[in-house]
Every structure is written in structure tokens, then in C-alpha cells.
Design a protein around this ligand. Structure first.
Ligand code: 13P
Length: 259
């Protein structure tokens, strides 16, 4: 298990200007560079990607929000893993629920995962159910998402793999409606169990699991501490450098406390 915390900022389709993007990035880099055990991964919209990648540092990395599985060709509007890599990116979010909502299937996600790993990008695979049910069907839904995304992956690439559990029902809500740390811990155990079945214990243990969905400075500590996750995937609050600074500081402090 990696002892480092990973905090991923998913800016989604924000902010509206490159000047604002640069300002948010630099403000966060100032904080992220000082943290001892936390790595920050900033995922801006593709149009800002190359400009911001020049500003990436040892502790504050740049990731894409999506990519296409071919390296080049007639695919209007898409970006490839080779483009992400050669523009200075190190990570990519794959399978976000907002993309799944636009028609991305498990099969497409698997192709994206394989293409990204081949370029030695670190994949942040998003999984998560739309809703909970009393019979636990959401568990088999999550298992299926994991199984198909990981299909055909070579074990040597496992170290470039991060799982972000983002239940759709918890995204874009108030922090009170986010998942509680203790509930996240149950899901963390379940994800590790599924990964162990798929890859064996040794590999399963090395894959970090993050939580995403209405994370704020108010619930970050509970989720990190009681959820036992390796980090967070943060949406709206990552666009506000003051709020995001608090989340990053909490994440780093929690690692210190656990030592
Ligand atoms: P919010 O933090 O805005 O709920 O977004 C979560 C998310 O989808 C991050 O990928």
C-alpha cells in the first residue's frame, strides 16, 4: 500500500478562461508543492492542458479528463493517450459517470484503459452505482464495472492504476449528502475483495482507492480517516483554491497523524 495521499482535482468543464485556469493552477501549486506526503493531480479541460502542463511540478501533476483509444486518425474532437503524454500529462481520468451518461460503455472504457496504460499514463478509473438498493445489487454493478474495465490488463501495469469510487448519487450534492467515512470503508473493503479475486492479493493491495462525490473541507477528514481511502477525487471544491487548500492540508495532516 502506498503511504502517500493522492488528491485529484477534476475541473470538469471549468473555468471559462485560460487566465482563470492559470490562476487556480498556480494557487494550488503553491500549496501542493509544500506538502510532504500528498500528491496533487490537476485535471483541467483539454484546451488548457498543454499550457498548464508546463507549470506542473514534482508534486503537482497534470491529468486529462478523458482520452480516445486510437493514437491518431479521423476522430474529430478526440484526444489520444500519445497526445496527453507528449503534452506533459501523467494521468488520465477514465470512465467518469458524466461521460458514461453521454454514452460511454464499459467496453469503450476498457479500450481507453488499455490505450492509456500502454503509454504509461496512470489511469484514474471511475466506478460507482447510480443508486443504492436494499438487495445489494449495486455491489454487482460495481463489480461488473471493475471487471470489464480491467479486462486484458497486464499485471505489470497495475502500479499505474488508481480506482476512484464515485457513487453517482453523491456527486454534485451538499457535503452532508456525501458518503460517510464508515460507509466508504465498507465499499473500500468490497473493492479490494473484487480486485483480489481478479488480480491476486499482492496486486490488489497496491492499487490506491479514492473517494469522490461532494468532497469538501468539512467531510474530507471523516472520509480519509474512517473510509481508509488513499485519497480523494474532488470536483467543485477544486476550483476554489481556498477550499482546495484546506482539503489538501487535511489530507497531508491525516497521513502525518497515522504515522
Ligand atoms: P463534486 O465534488 O462537485 O461533487 O464532483 C465530484 C466528481 O464528479 C469528481 O470527479
Amino acid at each position: 500500500m502506498k503511504s502517500q495521499r493522492l488528491i485529484v482535482a477534476n475541473w470538469k468543464m471549468n473555468p471559462e478562461t485560460p487566465e482563470a485556469a492559470r490562476e487556480i493552477f498556480l494557487a494550488t501549486r503553491r500549496v501542493g508543492d509544500k506538502l510532504k506526503r500528498t500528491e496533487t493531480i490537476m485535471c483541467p479541460p483539454a484546451i488548457y492542458f498543454a499550457g498548464l502542463a508546463k507549470l506542473a511540478s514534482k508534486k503537482v501533476h497534470i491529468g486529462a479528463q478523458n482520452l480516445f483509444w486510437e493514437n491518431s486518425g479521423s476522430y474529430t474532437g478526440e484526444i489520444s493517450s500519445t497526445m496527453v503524454k507528449s503534452s506533459g500529462g501523467s494521468h488520465v481520468i477514465v470512465g467518469h459517470s458524466e461521460r458514461r451518461e453521454l454514452g460511454e460503455t464499459n467496453e469503450m472504457i476498457n479500450k481507453k484503459v488499455l490505450a492509456a496504460l500502454k503509454q504509461e499514463l496512470t489511469v484514474i478509473l471511475c466506478i460507482g452505482e447510480k443508486e443504492r438498493d436494499a438487495h445489494g445489487e449495486y455491489l454487482s454493478f460495481v463489480k461488473q464495472q471493475l471487471g470489464s474495465a480491467l479486462s486484458g490488463i497486464q499485471k505489470k501495469f497495475v502500479e499505474n492504476f488508481i480506482i476512484a469510487y464515485e457513487p453517482v448519487w453523491a456527486i454534485g450534492k451538499s457535503d452532508r449528502e456525501a458518503m460517510k467515512g464508515s460507509d466508504m470503508y465498507e465499499m473500500y473493503i468490497y473493492i479490494k475483495k473484487v480486485l483480489t479475486e481478479m488480480l491476486g492479493r499482492e496486486y490488489a493491495e497496491t492499487i490506491p482507492v479514492l473517494y469522490g462525490g461532494s468532497v469538501s473541507a468539512l467531510n474530507a477528514e471523516d472520509i480519509l480517516n474512517n473510509g481508509h481511502v488513499n485519497g480523494l477525487l474532488v470536483g467543485r471544491q477544486s476550483l476554489d483554491p481556498i477550499q482546495f487548500k484546506d482539503i489538501l492540508t487535511i489530507a497531508d495532516a491525516q497521513v502525518k497523524a497515522a504515522k
